[in-house]
Design a protein around this ligand. Structure first.
Ligand SMILES: [Mg+2]
Length: 201
């Protein structure tokens, strides 16, 4: 029986790089989005796994893309990025009445700075919020999925996993979770309905 819904953050509950969340920073650095994403994603692995701090991460990005840029300004643009999606937040809140809702994000150690504007801890219980930089591992590696399942005491087939990245969905599927690739809220609502119908039939 499905008891738990795991939510991804960027691209699901808040906007992603692909949705232009970092455009302000890209414009300030004066580079193209493709070039930016190449460097950003390359450095993101280390910061998401807590191997480097957000400060070191941003310094590396600035160094590689435009060393003349001011660190404080870049930090300001970074903190301004990734806006909340109120409709997905309401959806999660509604699900909480009948399900355990869990939050799993690949994010830097600046997560709690961002969360001052997102206030996701008003929806998700603190012990059900998992941040990659704190766990020292990141999606799509199976270890982080198993670690979350162990912490919440659930088996993979008791869990629906919502994420906007195919590679993260692939791991969830391989482990036996019920995956939903996020495109928009309407599609997620439909997919969830059919998963629930199927699993209770
Ligand atoms: Mg995402």
């Amino acid at each position: 029986m499905i008891k738990t819904i795991i939510f991804d953050n960027n691209g699901v509950l808040t906007t992603s790089c692909e949705e232009g969340a970092l455009q302000g920073l890209v414009d300030y650095l004066g580079v193209g989005m493709d070039q930016f994403l190449l460097v950003w994603n390359l450095e993101a692995e280390a910061v998401d796994e807590g191997k480097i701090t957000t400060k070191e991460f941003l310094e590396n990005v600035i160094d590689r893309l435009n060393p003349k840029c001011d660190f404080k300004m870049c930090q300001k643009y970074y903190w301004k990025s990734h806006e909340a999606k109120p409709n997905v937040r309401e959806f999660a809140k509604k699900l909480k009445k009948d399900f355990e809702i869990v939050f799993l994000t690949n994010f830097s150690d600046d997560f709690w700075v961002f969360n001052k504007k997102w206030k996701l801890d008003e929806i998700f219980d603190r012990d059900k919020m998992f941040i990659s930089a704190e766990m020292k591992m990141r999606k799509p590696h199976p270890d982080i999925y198993w670690a979350v399942l162990e912490k919440i005491g659930k088996k993979p087939d008791e869990v629906v996993f919502i994420d906007d990245k195919e590679e993260n969905i692939d791991t969830a599927q391989k482990l036996g979770m019920h995956p939903i690739l996020f495109k928009n809220l309407e599609q997620v609502e439909k997919d969830l309905e059919s998963i629930l119908k199927y699993s209770y039939a």
